[in-house]
Write a protein that binds this ligand. Structure first.
Ligand code: ADP
Length: 302
């Protein structure tokens, strides 16, 4: 069983030719509202790829929160621990995308800030009875620490995707079994800019020294650097024509957990995760791009 603790956002996306400057108003195109948040994206990737998964999160008492909960259920996620919090709004990300595909994003945590240690305490047994706990950094840090502590005490494996990038206290790192930073996040955590395999090896060594057994640094289209048991290796990604890499890392993390739950060894789990993420980058959007199990199996058997 998997438990994901994390964020839920409604992404409001507007395409503009150029970003507005202070005081300026610009007219955009193709406005859409999509369901996102790293926690939700990773939960969806796990649910669609076949994991037995429960999600601990909060939405606001609003229409979009209701619709998101329903969609999570349709994506095979247990949502008993996804509560609608009174007088709160669902988390929001306001995203401008310019003609070069760059983005600027403003986030309002909204109900995500209600995933407190007290809220977690009500769902403690979910963490205790899980095989894997998967988290990101869009929830209050004290809750992430508390959840990792509960998991550690009960033999639940702790996997942290340390995104968005920030520095983390050593006491949190010491509670992790697996960490999955991308290159930027690895640099925040270790001070080492990851440009080569040798850099990745050194960054991984810093994280091992903090007490983390398995370090997986994601390298975009190159794949991942896997470091564990005193051994580091590059596990290459699949070659596909990428159209939009939004949620690549989220899909990767969710699918990796599915494979680990099924007893796959780490190399096979990473291959499965690469396949899921490769499919996701060939499609637009966050959650709409996340593949179902049948699609991943078909991709792997090509
Ligand atoms: P993030 O989205 O968190 O920055 P990465 O860019 O490192 O993470 O990508 C995570 C994973 O997504 C990679 O390890 C790989 O499996 C897959 N991926 C990302 N970009 C591509 C790509 N262009 N082609 C194939 N797979 C990709």
């Amino acid at each position: 069983k998997l438990v994901v603790l994390g964020s839920i956002n409604a992404d409001h996306i507007l395409n503009v030719t150029e970003f507005p400057r202070p005081g300026e108003t610009v007219t955009g195109q193709r406005y859409k509202v999509a369901f996102g948040g790293k926690g939700a994206n990773q939960a969806v990737a796990a649910g669609r790829s076949g994991a037995d998964i429960a999600f601990i999160a909060c939405v606001g008492e609003d229409d979009i929160g209701d619709r998101i909960r329903q969609q999570l259920s349709a994506d095979k996620i247990k949502t008993a621990a996804v509560e609608a919090v009174e007088a709160q709004t669902t988390g929001v990300a306001l995203i401008f995308v310019n003609q070069d595909g760059e983005n600027v994003i403003g986030i309002s945590a909204g109900a995500n800030a209600c995933v407190t240690p007290d809220y977690l305490a009500r769902y403690r047994s979910l963490v205790e009875n899980a095989d894997i706990l998967l988290m990101q950094l869009e929830s209050p840090l004290e809750t992430i620490m508390a959840a990792a502590g509960i998991a550690r005490q009960s033999g639940t494996q702790v996997i942290l995707n340390p995104a968005p990038a920030q520095k983390l206290p050593d006491d949190l790192l010491a509670l992790l079994d697996v960490i999955t930073p991308n290159e930027t996040e690895a640099e925040y955590l270790t001070g080492i800019a990851v440009k080569s395999d040798d850099d990745a090896r050194r960054a991984a060594a810093v994280l091992h020294d903090k007490g983390i057994q398995t370090v997986i640094i994601t390298l975009g289209s190159r794949g991942v650097w896997l470091s564990h048991d005193n051994h580091g290796e590059l596990i290459p990604a699949f070659r596909v024509k990428a159209v939009d890499t939004i949620a690549a890392g989220d899909t990767f993390n969710g699918a990796m957990c599915t494979a680990l739950l099924e007893g796959a060894d780490i190399q096979s789990a990473l291959r499965f995760a690469h396949a899921a993420a490769a499919i996701a980058v060939t499609r637009e959007g966050a959650q709409p791009s996340v593949p179902w199990r049948g699609e991943i199996d078909a991709f792997l058997s090509q």
